[in-house]
Write a protein that binds this ligand. Sequence first.
Ligand code: PEP
Ligand code: MN
Length: 272
Amino acid sequence: MGSESHPLASRTAKARATCIAIGRGGTCVGDGNFLLAAGPCAVEDREQLLACAQAARDAGATALRGGIYKPRTSPYDFQGLGEPGLRLLAEARDATGLPVITEVLDPRNVALTAEYVDVIQIGSRNTQNYPLLKEVGKCQRPVLLKRGMAMTIREWLLSAEYILSAGNPNVILCERGIRTFETATRHTLDLNAVPVLRELTHLPIIVDPSHGTGNAAFVPAMSKAAVAAGADGLLIEIHPNPTHAASDGAQSLDLPSFTKLAREIHALRKIL
Ligand code: PEP
Ligand code: MN
C-alpha cells in the first residue's frame, strides 16, 4: 500500500511515532506510552460505573471507558443511558482522576459529548460513517477509531484520514477483531494489524481483545499477545457482575480478574 493514499497518517508524512495526550492527568498513548483502558461495555448506573472506575484505577489502568450510546444489533436491547450518562462519566473521572472515553453514534451528539469526555470513540459499525468521521475531525478531543468488522487495513487508514484531514491530528487506532469464517470466537482478533500498521502509520495502535474474542476466558491470553505484538495499549471490558451485565457480559472480566491481568500486563511490559 503506497503512503500516497493516506498522506497524513503515513510514516512518510511523519517518521516518528505520534504520542497523544489524553485528558489533563498525564495519560498518553503512543511512542512508548501504554494506554490501559478498562470499563463496562455500557454504563448502567452510578454504582456500577464507580465500582469499575475504582477497580480500574487501583489496578493501574490509565483510562476509563464506558458506553452511553450503545450500537445494539437489536433495537429491543438496552440502548444506553444517553445524555444523563455523560454526567456519570464526569463524576467517575472526578472520583478517580482517570480520563474517560465514550462512543458516539450520531454526529449531533459529538459537540456535547466532547464537553464531558476526554476521548471520543468511533465504533466498528461506524468506522465508515463519513459524516460522523468529519464531525469528530472538527472536535478538539482525541478519537479512538475502531476497525470496522469487515474492513481492510487500507480502508481503516482512509477512515483515519477523514478525521486527520478535517483538522483533528489525534487518532488512536483500535483493532477489535474482524468477521471471518471462524465461529468459535465472536470475531477473529487480527493481531497482524499491529506490526502491519506499525510500518504504515505513525498513529498509536491499541487492541480490544474483549470484542476480538467475545469470551472473557480468552481475554487474558489475547491481551498479552497484543502486548507482545507491540500494541500501544489495550481496551478491556470489565463489570462488577458480568452475568448480569446489560451488554457484552460474556466477554467482560470481573474486577478481580482484571486486577490479575493488569499485573501480568505490567510484568510482561517490563520484560519487553
Ligand atoms: C464497544 O466498545 O462496546 C463496542 C460496541 O465495540 P465495537 O464497535 O468494536 O463493536
Ligand atoms: Mn462492548
